[in-house]
Design a protein around this ligand. Structure first.
Ligand code: NAP
Length: 349
């Protein structure tokens, strides 16, 4: 029986990974900061009914905190990360804990002596943020985001991008020095029905043209301007790719996990065409032009991974009912009789 540890077990992505691991018959150790916080662990406990799941208290900022959780495990999925994009103190809230936490976890893996591979969840934002002008770029795992540019210009969410980039680089450095088999996965926006109660940021972004929420529209637009595209993969596929890469002996290095490359205006026009009966608020913000770049998952596909959700249509369709249940969608109001009459008279003139 294989045993895996998932770090940050109550998160949006981690819950999906844990569910799939349990369905595959793995014994799972999941770490959470506080197992006594019933609101945070309720969904984890529910998923735990599928198989054998044990919870461990552990915090990335505490040295040695993960020792007990990783002992005896074949694979460790390092999914946790501070994700407060709007932090006013990125150095202390994001960058330091991300790097220290990643190294703490790797030191625990080293001590355990049973861990065959560590899968480090990074982000596509460690690949795509650069100052290149123009459009049409295709980026793969060779590309790294430009840290000097981010530290100098401090574009919105720079702290998160720097934290993810430095944590991934430090993870590879530590792994090389200590002969740990580590691979990183770089997901784009992860979109799927969450297994816990909260609406995660990527769903707010994917459905913002339906909800009309100007703040999320501005964030989507800003994401495209900073990262160069609006790219996404499904939650189920992203979770499955983590397990695929853990189990694939030949896997090494970084893997971009991305199914769809698009842009904010393309998303708005797709929703308008695809769901004509629902209101799409795409006239509230000035949308940027086409995406500057696309992110290639060719390395993951060449390794034998197949995305189940391959198109924007499949991804958005999969969260449509969820979006409805959360009140994101409102029916387009049919024209009133008066408006119809006005149109008819205009047309006849
Ligand atoms: N969602 C996306 O679209 C996306 C895209 C690319 C990459 N990623 C990456 O995927 C991973 C999971 O993201 P997510 O969307 O699932 O985020 P999430 O739901 O916010 O989960 C983050 C997890 O990290 C834990 N965490 C934060 N600080 C911690 C600390 N000091 N010690 C221990 N645990 C800590 C959180 O625990 P608490 O609940 O206790 O705070 C939570 O379990 C992250 O590494 C993220 O950077 C996400």
């Amino acid at each position: 029986m294989k045993k895996a540890c998932v770090i940050g077990g109550n998160g949006y992505l981690a819950l999906a990974i844990i569910k799939q691991l349990l369905e595959k018959g793995y014994h799972v150790n999941a770490t959470v900061r506080n197992p006594d916080d019933s609101a945070k662990v309720a969904y984890l406990k529910k998923i735990g009914e599928i198989g054998t799941l044990k919870l461990f208290p552990a915090d990335m900022t505490v040295e040695g905190s993960f020792d007990d959780a990783v002992i005896g495990c074949d694979y460790v999925f390092q999914v946790a990360a501070p994700t407060n994009l709007m932090s006013e103190d990125p150095e202390n809230d994001l960058i330091k804990p991300a790097i220290q936490g990643t190294l703490n976890i790797l030191r625990s893996c080293l001590k355990a002596k049973t861990v065959k591979r560590v899968v480090h969840t990074s982000s596509a934002c460690t690949v795509s943020v650069n100052q290149q002008k123009g459009t049409g770029y295709v980026l793969d795992e060779e590309a790294w985001s430009d840290i000097d540019y981010m530290l100098k210009e401090k574009p919105p969410t720079w702290g998160y991008i720097v934290a993810k980039t430095l944590a991934e680089k430090e993870a590879f450095k530590f792994a090389k020095e200590n002969k740990i088999d580590l691979i990183s996965i770089n997901p784009t926006f992860i979109i799927g029905t969450p297994l816990n109660g909260e609406v995660p940021p990527p769903i707010n972004l994917a459905l913002c043209f339906f909800s009309g929420d100007k703040m999320w529209m501005d964030i989507l637009k800003m994401t495209q301007m900073i990262s160069g595209s609006v790219s996404a993969a499904h939650l189920e596929d992203t979770a499955r790719a983590h397990i695929f890469l853990a189990e694939n002996d030949k896997a090494s290095g970084r893997y971009i996990c991305n199914a769809v490359n698009t842009s904010a205006p393309e998303l708005a026009s797709f929703l308008n065409k695809q769901y004509p009966q629902y209101k799409v608020f795409n006239d509230v913000v000035d949308l940027p032009g086409p995406a500057k770049l696309s992110l290639s998952s060719e390395k993951l596909i060449q390794a034998g991974f197949e995305f189940k959700y391959k198109s924007l249509e499949e991804i958005i369709d999969s969260i449509f009912e969820y979006g409805k249940s959360k009140g994101f969608l409102s029916k387009r109001t049919p024209p009133t009789t008066l408006e119809n009459d006005k149109c008819k008279s205009l047309l006849s003139n």
